[in-house]
Design a protein around this ligand. Structure first.
Ligand code: PMP
Length: 408
C-alpha cells in the first residue's frame, strides 16, 4: 500500500515536467544523479542572493551568516547519519573525494607491505581505484569478497578472507548496478573481529534507506549529496573522531591549519583539518534542504516505494525474450534494475529508448570488475527514485519492447 502522495512530490521537481524528443520525460537515471526539488533550488538561490560569502574567514556579517548556515547544514548531516558529533562530519566534494581522503591519508599512514585491504567484487571504481593507488604506494595487497550469481555478497567466504593481516574492509552499503542492499552491520562486526577498520560506501544507500553510522559501528562512511536530491560537488566523509584525530590531513591548504611557518604546519582541529581550501559553500548549505526533504518523506517510505516500482518492472519485463535482470529480488535491493538482452547492445537500447523520452543508462556504470564477473562488458540500467510512478515504469517497459522489436 502506497503511503506517499507521488503527484505532490512530483510537483516539487520542476525538471520532471518537460518533454524530450517531443515525449514526456521519464527520468530513470537516478543512480547516476537525482533531480532537485524546489526546496533545494530555492535554498541554492537564497544562499547566493542573500548570504553568500566565504566561510570561517570571519569578521564581517555576511561571512558570519554563511558560516552559521554551513555549520547548521553540518548538524543536519550529523543527524541524518546518526553520528555522535559534528566533529565526525567532514564536508567533501562527493563520495569519490571522501574515499580518496581515507585511502590516501589513513592508508598512507597505516598500510605497509604484507597488509591486506579487503574490497568486494561489486564496488564502484571510486571504491577500488583509490585503494589500488595506495596499495601500489605502500605494498599492501588487495583482496575481494566475491559476488554470488544472484548478485549478493558471498558472506560465507568472508571469514576465510579476513585475517590479522586485514587492515581495512571497504565495501558498499548498496550496489549502484545490482541495487543489492548489503548487511553492513554483519560485515563491520566480522571486520572488527580481526581488528580491521571499515569504510562503507553509502553513495547508493543514503538516498534510498534509513542509515545510522553509529548502529553500523562503521569507522568511515562516504556519500554524495547529488544522489539524494541535493547539489552536485558536495559530499560527506563521516569518520570516528579518534580515527580522524589520529590520521594526518589529506589535502593541504587554507582552513585546515592551526599555524604555518615557511617550512612546517600544525593541523587544525576537526572537522576543519579535513576541509582544505574553500568548500562548496552554496551546495553544502543547500544540502540541508535536501536532507530535510528526504527526512520529511521518510527514508523507509522511499525504499518501500522504490521496491514497489522495481517489483512492477521485474513483472513487466519477465516475458521479454533473452532479457536477464542482474541482481537479486526487488525486496533485497534499492530501486535499480540493470539488465542485458541476448544479442542486443545495451548502448543501442539506451540511445533508442531515449528517443521515446526515457532516460536510462547503458555501460559498465563504473563497475567493470562486476560486469566481468558476470561475463559481460556492459548493461542497461533503469534506476528509480521517490518521484517515479508505476505509469513511468510501464512507459519504460513498453518503449523497451518497441526498441527490441527494431533491434532484435
Ligand atoms: N560509489 C557508488 C556506489 C556510486 O554509485 C557512486 C556514484 N555513481 C560513487 C561511489 C561515486 O560518487 P561520486 O561520483 O558522487 O563521487
Amino acid at each position: 500500500t502506497e503511503k506517499l502522495d507521488i503527484d505532490a512530490i512530483r510537483a516539487d521537481f520542476p525538471i520532471l515536467h518537460q518533454q524530450v524528443h517531443e515525449k514526456p520525460l521519464v527520468y530513470l537515471d537516478n543512480a547516476a544523479s537525482s533531480q532537485k526539488p524546489r526546496q533545494v533550488l530555492d535554498a541554492l538561490r537564497e544562499v547566493d542572493e542573500r548570504y553568500y560569502a566565504n566561510v570561517h574567514r570571519g569578521g564581517h556579517q555576511l561571512s558570519n551568516e554563511a558560516t552559521s548556515l554551513y555549520e547548521e547544514s553540518r548538524e543536519a548531516a550529523r543527524r541524518f547519519l546518526g553520528a555522535r558529533s559534528t566533529k565526525e562530519v567532514i564536508f567533501t566534494y562527493g563520495t569519490t573525494s571522501s574515499i580518496n581522503t581515507v585511502a590516501h591519508a589513513w592508508g598512507g599512514a597505516n598500510l605497509s607491505a604484507g597488509d591486506e585491504i579487503l574490497l568486494t567484487e561489486m564496488e564502484h571504481h571510486s571504491n577500488l581505484v583509490p585503494w589500488q593507488q595506495i596499495a601500489q604506494r605502500t605494498g599492501a595487497k588487495i583482496k575481494a569478497l566475491p559476488v554470488t550469481p544472484d548478485g549478493l555478497l558471498d558472506l560465507d567466504q568472508l571469514p576465510n578472507l579476513l585475517s590479522e593481516r586485514t587492515k581495512i574492509v571497504a565495501f558498499s552499503a548498496a550496489s549502484n548496478v545490482l541495487g543489492t542492499i548489503n548487511p553492513v552491520e554483519e560485515i563491520v562486526r566480522q571486520a572488527h573481529g580481526v581488528g580491521a577498520l571499515t569504510l562503507v560506501d553509502a553513495a547508493q544507500a543514503a538516498p534510498h534507506k534509513p542509515i545510522d553510522v553509529t548502529e553500523w559501528d562503521a569507522d568511515f562512511v562516504a556519500l554524495s549529496a547529488h544522489k539524494m536530491v541535493g547539489p552536485s560537488g558536495v559530499g560527506i566523509l563521516y569518520g570516528k573522531q579518534a580515527l580522524l584525530e589520529a590520521m594526518p590531513p589529506f589535502l593541504g591548504g587554507g582552513s585546515m591549519i592551526d599555524t604555518v611557518t615557511i617550512d612546517s604546519f600544525t593541523p587544525a582541529l576537526l572537522p576543519a583539518k579535513f576541509e582544505a581550501g574553500t568548500p562548496p559553500i552554496t551546495g553544502a548549505i543547500a544540502f540541508k534542504a535536501a536532507i530535510e526533504y528526504l527526512e520529511q518523506i521518510g527514508l523507509s517510505n522511499i525504499l518501500a516505494h522504490e521496491q514497489m516500482l522495481a517489483e512492477h518492472a521485474h513483472q513487466l519485463m519477465a516475458d521479454i525474450p533473452g532479457l536477464k535482470i542482474l541482481g537479486p529480488d526487488p525486496q533485497q535491493k534499492a530501486g535499480i534494475v540493470s539488465f542485458t538482452v541476448d544479442g542486443v547492445s545495451p548502448s543501442d537500447i539506451g540511445m533508442m529508448i531515449d528517443t521515446a523520452g526515457v532516460a536510462i543508462r547503458a555501460g559498465h556504470h563504473c563497475a567493470m570488475p562486476l560486469h566481468a564477473k558476470f561475463g559481460i562488458a556492459s548493461s542497461a540500467r533503469a534506476s528509480f527514485y521517490v518521484y517515479n510512478t508505476r505509469e513511468e515504469v510501464e512507459t519504460f517497459v513498453t518503449a523497451l519492447r518497441k526498441v527490441l522489436m527494431i533491434l532484435g
